[in-house]
Design a protein. Sequence first.
Length: 354
Amino acid sequence: MSNNPLLPANIDALAAYSSAKSEKLTGTTWLNANESPYVKSVNISIEDLNRYPDPQPATVINSYATYAQLTPEHVLMTRGADEGIELLVRTYCQPGQDSVALFLPTYGMYKVTADTHNVAINGLSQSLLLDGSVDEIITAVGNSKLVFICNPNNPTGSLTSLDKIKAIATALTDKALVIVDEAYIEFCPEQSASSLINEFANLVVLRTLSKAFALAGLRTGFTLAQASVLAPIRKVIAPYPVSTVVASIAASALSPDAITSMRRQVTILNALKVKLKQWLAASPAVLHVLSGEGNFVTLKLADKNSFHVALEQGLVMRAFTLYGENDWLRISIGNEQELEQVKIWLDGLSQSTT
Ligand code: PMP
């Protein structure tokens, strides 16, 4: 606590989201933020930067609607999926009164955003979501206003079935918004809940260009929902959230050719993930590998010090506390050369343990 009398208590108590970049790690191989290893080259020429941009650039909205097999009224463009999370909390939750349900462990920004807005957390477990009955889940959700389902879940990689999402949305009709965060859905597109949006007025899907589209630096996400859900959010969002420069690059990233190229890269990354999982399963330095569906693999180390050994080799991965144990690690799927660094690290570890 800062003792700053100007700060509201919930802001004073905030633990800032600790991102890979804010940790200021040094290294040569970056496999810690679930970024794409593919570098997009962009070529833009913009002449009218003296003018304010289109608040929701029509070309991008139309292209994304086509890509997601929805109509433009279902699409809101935001500064990353993170802004979508923030807008949902700001628009739909009454500070000091409402709560949001999360299935832990899960993506950290749901909690940071709720804390920032003085909205309570109804912290449930990921195993309840995966293994519990719909009745048990609905009882535990209680009167939470928003229910965040990260699918596939970061950091465990687990998937909630579409049948379960449908059943939860049905049971919470007129009671809560079910928000399916599909930041990693391009790595398992058949699992997307986006086709359910026409059917469910309380379903929201979050998307991003930061992962499979290889544009984390662009800060572009999409909130997909029925027009009635998006209408109040459109009143809350900043007047010009998307710069002209961002809109231009996002439009080119959503051209049919660019989407084909993204899908080709996903195929390669998914194949590399299979290879990485095999190496991990065979390594005595690794106790347990979670079956991940995103562009990352999460594992439990036999010895936490192995993480520091990797850092000394310039290999940066994400260390985690999961299930109360601080020896978990998440490895993003990089390119072949980057994963070779993981192999060298693993081989070195098994030599030191044998
Ligand atoms: N949701 C999940 C599950 C994520 O892992 C991330 C980023 N790591 C985000 C949302 C935020 O994405 P964006 O870069 O679009 O803000």
